[in-house]
Design a protein around this ligand. Sequence first.
Ligand code: SF4
Length: 164
Amino acid sequence: MLIRIAGLVSESYVDGDGIRFAIFMQGCLRRCEGCHNPETHALDGGRLVDTAKIIAKIKKNPLLDGITLTGGEPLLQIDAANEIACAAKSFGLSVWCYTGYNFEELPHDAEPLLENIDVLIDGAFIERLRDLDLQFRGSRNQRIIDIKKTREQNKIVLWSEIGG
Ligand code: SF4
């Protein structure tokens, strides 16, 4: 399957917990003021890559703790994102995903992807709520959500490093 990406970072220390393979997916329609990655907005920008190539790169690095789907808006390419997420889970890796959607307004077709996500950082970047002290997110409205616990308990449970 083809995926349109803005770029890959094979060992990231800033896109989630531990050492992560970060996939910057191309395409976002939100245009948040102050967005740090405006080059990821164009739906026809970036480049097309075979998901199998990305999965092979992930598989061959034994140092990884997980992968992170970011962008851009990963939910604009749910099937491709899910193929990579599913493979990462089969390698024993955790899956983090950023989205401009709030958890409560996720599209229904995100459900299969959610099953393979451990942590979702939700919500669009809001410049007036920007806070440089926040870990793994840009503005205070964004939440780092433990998806497994949230689904089990049927209420938002935030990720915590201890036991997270
Ligand atoms: S959702 Fe993310 S990538 Fe899209 S415009 Fe907002 S900050 Fe930028």
